[in-house]
Design a protein around this ligand. Structure first.
Ligand code: ZN
Length: 322
């Protein structure tokens, strides 16, 4: 983690305070969410590194690949003599609060277009901008952006109204603020859960015991493919981020042909939202997504049905019919 000071700004924050905003919460999140399977280790150069130009010069425009890469390359160049960069997979650059760096994008370089240092090509970076100073936009932002480095898409919608109506905050790639667990679909992709912890049913019927996403063991999802590129997924989630929050079932539809920002994952809520401000704060929209009993899914066209049979100690027993 490197800290970039733009000359058009006066630094009022310590690098320690920014590290504290971004890192300890993320380490804790990954311990919890990955069941200890991912260990993030963040070393830092604990001082401000002055940039060559002002934040608004256009040379650090993080919305364009070439200038975004140049920004990262310049900062890496400033520590190349003192840090052995061959030890690192990812570079996090934290900018001083500055008019030219409003947000915190990920830099993903195609092979051959990364930044060369100490015999290594660095292809993965995040440049943190002003947004990390906002409430609930510290370590949660690091988790969201690092999710992109791991290959996960944005689940919020790239449109200016109701951004979060596709997946709410049920995954940090949709809405990062509450720091909810990643969806089981993503946890399997990340290797935090095994593929055989999802029951995939194309035909036939049976009962499945689903256990809550907070624990590592047991069956975590029912996956019902409804075509070559689409599936329904049901998993057990809590209505909140505490261990005592009510447990229910979350139903969503995954489309591997839908682009990021266009809703590759869409949660199908159990009820319309009722304006409850407590849940709204956590989930923005789709906070009424969980099912607690009855029929969760009944898609006659695709012959896909899921009914809650009963609550169990660790989750739910569901009846699945194709
Ligand atoms: Zn994103």
């Amino acid at each position: 983690m490197l800290f970039a000071h733009f000359p058009d700004t006066t630094v009022e924050e310590t690098t320690q305070s920014l590290y504290d905003r971004l890192v300890p919460g993320a380490l804790d999140y990954y311990r919890r969410a990955s069941y200890g399977r991912l260990t993030l280790k963040v070393d830092r150069v604990d001082r401000w590194l002055p940039t060559d130009r002002t934040s608004t010069s256009g040379d650090y425009d993080c919305s364009r690949f070439d200038t975004h890469r140049r920004y990262v390359a310049e900062i890496i160049g400033k520590v190349d003599n003192e840090v052995d960069l061959s030890d690192y997979d990812v570079v996090y650059v934290v900018g001083s609060r500055a008019p030219g760096v409003p947000n915190s994008p990920t830099l993903l370089c195609p092979a051959g277009e990364g930044v060369r240092a100490d015999g290594r090509e660095i292809r993965f970076a995040v440049t943190f901008g002003n947004d990390i100073r906002g409430r609930d936009w510290g370590w949660q932002t690091l988790v969201h952006e690092t999710g992109h480095l791991f290959g996960l898409p944005d689940l919020y919608l790239y449109e200016k109204t109701n951004w979060h109506r596709a997946s709410g905050a049920w995954d940090p790639m949709g809405l990062q603020m509450p720091g909810c667990h990643h969806l089981v679909w993503h946890k399997i992709k990340l290797g935090w859960l095994r593929e055989d912890q999802a029951v995939v049913l194309r035909e036939g019927s049976g009962s499945v015991d689903l256990t809550s996403v907070e624990t590592a063991d047991g069956t975590k999802a029912v996956v019902l493919p409804i075509g070559a590129h689409e599936a329904y997924v049901v998993e057990a989630r809590r209505h909140g981020v505490g261990d005592d929050d009510p447990l229910g079932l979350l139903l969503y539809r995954v489309s591997s042909e839908t682009a990021r920002g266009e809703g590759p994952i869409r949660v199908l809520p159990a009820r319309p939202d009722d304006g409850n401000p407590a849940w709204k704060r956590l989930f923005e929209v789709l906070y009424s997504a969980l099912w607690f009993d009855g029929t969760v899914l009944d898609d006659t066209e695709h012959r896909a049905k899921v009914v809650i049979e009963r609550r169990t100690d660790e989750g739910f027993r569901v009846r699945v019919e194709r």
